[in-house]
Design a binder for this molecule. Structure first.
Ligand code: SF4
Length: 213
């Protein structure tokens, strides 16, 4: 049964990939997390500089430690002594060769929808790093970009507030209360309508598994 489900999902993914190609993205199919990791390592040449968007999906790939080795230059936002150093690392990461991140939703029409508390991920997706690789699980495929916006309010905001313990109403109640708190999770939201980014097109690796939030 699971194999049948996976095959059906694969045909949905392939159809979405067709739309994404027509919209100037570079879509790649991955059967699972391990395959996605291998694809990423093949896409990023040794000695490249790499910046990361905050992402459960990227953490689940178990790839960050590889980038911490001598063969890459990682802008390591997770290993800074204090917040000003973390901010500086994110700023410098705007000049990275590669930006690796996830998105919060991809619509059937080929739109990427994502939100951010500080704006680092949204900014880097749009401009800065020479190459962008987005990794996304099947659970983030939605029908329309408006549904993607709803997904942010219903899942992404509350779950991420809980995960990183931001003091927001949805951390407590589990539902969006349209807050204006200092630690609001969803301050900066973008809808990307084309992968035709300055430089190289956005690469999207779609994994045929549920990954991330
Ligand atoms: S607006 Fe506030 S309450 Fe709603 S999802 Fe964002 S952080 Fe949570």
């Amino acid at each position: 049964m699971n194999t049948i489900k996976k095959e059906l999902r694969k045909s949905d993914i392939l159809s979405l990939m067709d739309t994404l190609s027509k919209k100037n993205y570079n879509p790649i199919y991955a059967e699972n997390l391990e395959e996605a990791k291998e694809i990423i390592l093949n896409l990023i040449p040794l000695h490249s500089s790499i910046a990361l968007g905050g992402s459960v999906t990227i953490n689940q790939l178990d790839i960050i430690d590889t980038f911490r080795g001598d063969e890459y230059h990682l802008f390591d936002r997770y290993n800074q002594p204090d917040w000003p150093s973390t901010l500086q690392c994110m700023r410098e990461g705007l000049l990275a060769d590669f930006f690796l991140t996830s998105t919060n939703a991809i619509s059937k029409n080929g739109e990427l929808i994502q939100t951010d508390s500080g704006g680092n991920r949204v900014a880097s997706l749009l401009w800065g790093p020479k190459n962008v690789i987005v990794v996304c699980g099947i659970n983030k495929l939605v029908d329309t970009w408006q549904e993607g916006m709803n997904r942010i309010k219903e899942f992404v905001g509350p779950l991420n507030s809980k995960r990183i313990n931001h003091k927001t109403p949805c951390n407590i109640s589990g539902v969006c209360e349209n807050c204006q708190t200092k630690q609001r999770i969803c301050n900066f939201t973008s809808v990307i309508k084309s992968g035709k980014r300055v430089g190289n097109p956005i690469t999207i690796i779609i994994i045929n598994e549920e990954v991330g939030y």
